[in-house]
Design a protein around this ligand. Structure first.
Ligand code: NAP
Length: 335
């Protein structure tokens, strides 16, 4: 059997995960037994929200020392002892930071290569058609309860969740404001059709910057960041505004969360705030994925991928998500 590489957890991080939290192991996967397949990973994802699992602070079980780092991935079946999958089939699932793995034939989705082309790449199944795109889809529509003409504010708006959310918002007739770090990301959002953008790294006073972009206030705040940015958004919410808590990327590496301070506004402005776990919508994924793919093919939704070639880059590419180094969905080509 061939030798492959995988990243495992070497120590639980505190703060931004340093490279020594991860160990690159060479290993030979077990030959598949009945009901199992051997997969060679082509791409895997790097997700900021996985940070909690590295230190055991998540809705999903934390990783133990020695566990392979988990993530979404796409790969090819290279050996099969399953009636469900044949050698050569492409699959999507929770493959992890590994070049290969032996996996039960459950929990994998077969990908039909004929459904993908230059408009919708197969990697989109772990991006705009996967967890990030679906988080935007269900978070905005189910929790945001958008009405045409309303104002939507999004933080980390140039990321895969944020950029998808903003473009879905435009299709629903919303006025969309994106907060992102840096001129390039803001220009990208303008190109996507966002009505206004805020480069938070260039602003001294984010409360005032949001007010300038949304003088009548914000109806829906789609929060990917938390912390001080969340407070700045709360101070700009209209009465009966809705705050969708998608992620808290500014808080994930803090020992003590900054948290929300502006809670009085929830009373005075009758605000509502609700978080989501995208997997709660799993039964509705196929319908949402078909709708998102149709928006892409109609030219109403664009997506961006940021792919590094080589499994050895994964820890650094992961850590630098927390300083905004990614421009689009960060994936690793598992060569
Ligand atoms: N609830 C769910 O089920 C669910 C599912 C998937 C993802 N999520 C969450 O959705 C959010 C977005 O995920 P994503 O995959 O699209 O990743 P993402 O937005 O690309 O996340 C990385 C980006 O976050 C921004 N960022 C990092 N640290 C920051 C800080 N301290 N302050 C402000 N911005 C910061 C940076 O953008 P800038 O360059 O603009 O600063 C960076 O490029 C994450 O919080 C994630 O946990 C939730």
């Amino acid at each position: 059997m061939t030798e492959y590489k995988r990243w495992t957890l070497a120590k639980h991080p505190s703060g931004v995960p340093s490279e020594d939290c991860f160990a690159l192991e060479s290993f030979t996967p077990d030959a598949p037994q009945d009901g199992q397949v051997l997969i060679r990973t082509h791409y895997f994802s790097l997700d900021p929200g996985m940070r909690g699992r590295l230190s055991g602070d998540s809705y999903a079980a934390g990783l133990k020392i020695g566990d392979t780092i988990e993530s979404a991935g796409i790969g090819e079946i290279i050996a099969s002892k399953s009636e469900r999958f044949a050698v050569g089939d492409m699959v999507m699932g929770g493959l992890g930071w590994t070049q290969a793995l032996t996996h039960p034939d459950r929990g994998l989705q077969k990908l039909d290569p004929a459904l993908f082309d230059d408009k919708v790449a197969m990697t989109a199944t772990i991006g705009v058609l996967g967890v990030p795109g679906l988080t935007a889809w269900f978070g905005l529509q189910d929790l945001g309860q958008p009405q045409a003409g309303e104002t939507l504010l999004i933080s980390s708006a140039a990321g895969p969740v944020g950029a998808t959310c903003g473009q879905i918002g435009k299709t629903l007739g919303l006025s969309v404001i994106g907060i992102a770090g840096g001129a390039d990301k803001c220009a990208y959002l303008t190109d996507l059709g966002f009505d206004a953008v805020i480069d938070y790294k260039a602003e001294d006073n984010l409360v005032n910057a949001i007010e300038a972009a949304a003088p009548d206030g914000v109806d829906i705040y789609f929060d990917n960041v938390g912390g001080e940015m969340l407070d700045a958004a709360i101070l700009n919410m209209k009465p009966k505004g809705r705050i969708v808590v998608s992620g808290q990327v500014a808080e994930y590496n803090r020992e003590k969360p900054v948290g929300i301070r502006q809670t009085t506004r929830f009373i005075t402005h009758r605000l509502r705030m609700e978080g989501l776990v995208v997997y709660d919508y799993a039964k509705q994924f196929p319908k949402a994925q078909a709708a998102i793919a149709a928006l892409i093919r109609d030219g109403k939704l664009a997506y961006k991928e940021d792919i590094s070639d080589g499994i050895e880059h994964a820890p650094r590419a992961y850590a630098t998500l927390f300083v905004g180094a990614n421009f689009g969905r960060r994936l690793i080509k598992a060569t």
